[in-house]
Design a protein around this ligand. Structure first.
Ligand code: BT5
Length: 319
């Protein structure tokens, strides 16, 4: 109900909507409307209230409006349901908790994550209102071995969307980072549950530093945001819409037609590591190699200093 009230205010933004009209439209009491308004105000929406005229949304800038997002989405499956939080531990954790009874294509977005996660138990800092902290819940009929391709599809969609929306020169640092001017603006965490030969569900977590203006000291050299690199704020809604429509196109191309060619072309064209000398971290070990190829499965073919070749399925690569 609160989301519906917000949608109504959003659609008439700049104008007053009377409590009486809302009461009639949603068949609830004026007290209930008043309570929803207070709760929206507490979440940070700026709503002007006058006794005579009613309610007016004065500022939606900086806050995502899930109903407005849904209205403008051009996708068929991805985003058919949107779950939105002001704050949550991690959108990936939440997705796992609800995965069994939640349909394929559901998106979970939060303004803030109190326990955002990277790979291997690492932290992902997710300050309120500054980035896009989002998970996509997928239920494809594919074996677990194909799961890593979802990271590649998400990386391709995110990189292309960042380029198209911001005009920044974003590159993919295989397998799951998007970098601008050598610093990370986006990370992807794909997790799955299932049996040996069939996935139950897959969660693609995408974190994009959209409008962060600063980072904790320990991340300053490795992290940046789109706003810092561009010198102006980025509209998160536009970026989410573009990313989801690109993700759906690449995902369906792969799931329905078995084709990964468009994804491969993006991850090869905008690779930050292809043809470069890189440092590969394997557990406690570090070695140097040249990246020779991203093969048709999205794996990284590298040649070590001693001439030996290896095909990497996942891992940690530094430039
Ligand atoms: C990742 O891990 O890059 C995956 C990040 C996925 C985040 C999304 S947000 C929505 C969803 N819900 C979650 O809980 N997670 C996903 P990894 O490659 O392991 O990189 C983690 C490392 O990046 C950390 O150890 C830090 O060094 C650095 N880092 C942490 N927060 C960062 C940020 N906001 N921007 C750039 N780098 C960051």
């Amino acid at each position: 109900m609160k989301e519906k009230v917000l949608k109504e205010l959003y659609e008439k933004r700049g104008e007053y909507v009377s409590g009486e009209d809302l009461k009639e439209k949603f068949k609830v009491s004026r007290t209930a409307i008043w309570k929803h308004m207070n709760s929206l105000k507490k979440e940070g929406y700026m709503i002007e209230t006058t006794q005579k005229k009613g309610y007016k949304l004065i500022e939606s800038d900086g806050k995502l409006i899930p109903e407005a997002l849904k209205n403008d989405l051009s996708t068929k499956e991805i985003g058919s349901r949107i779950i939105y939080f002001d704050t949550i531990d991690s959108t990936n954790n939440y997705s796992k908790r609800i995965a069994k009874d939640t349909p394929h294509g559901t998106i979970i977005i939060s303004e803030e994550q109190s326990g955002g996660r990277g790979r291997l138990g690492r932290n992902w800092i997710s300050p309120k209102g500054e980035g896009i902290w989002m998970s996509i819940l997928l239920k494809p009929e594919i074996p677990p071995t194909e799961g890593m391709k979802m990271t590649q599809i998400a990386a391709a969609a995110a990189c292309q969307a960042i380029r198209d929306v911001t005009a920044l020169e974003a590159y993919i640092k295989w397998p799951n980072d998007i970098v601008v001017h050598g610093k990370k603006v986006c990370g992807i965490l794909t997790e799955m549950a299932g049996e040996l030969n069939q996935i139950d569900y897959l969660i693609v977590g995408i974190g994009i530093n959209a409008n962060n203006l600063s980072f904790p000291k320990e991340f300053k050299d490795v992290a940046t945001s789109l706003a810092i690199e561009k010198g102006e704020k980025v509209d998160r809604k536009t970026l989410i819409l573009d990313l989801l429509s690109k993700f759906e196109a690449l995902y369906c191309h792969y799931i329905m037609e078995g084709k990964l060619d468009e994804t491969l072309s993006i991850i090869r064209n905008y690779s930050a590591v292809l043809g470069k000398s890189v440092r590969i971290i394997k557990g406690n070990q570090e070695c140097y190699a040249i990246v020779e190829e991203i093969n048709d499965e999205g794996c990284l073919k590298v040649r070590y200093e001693d001439g030996e070749e290896e095909l990497l399925i996942s891992g940690e690569v530094s430039i």
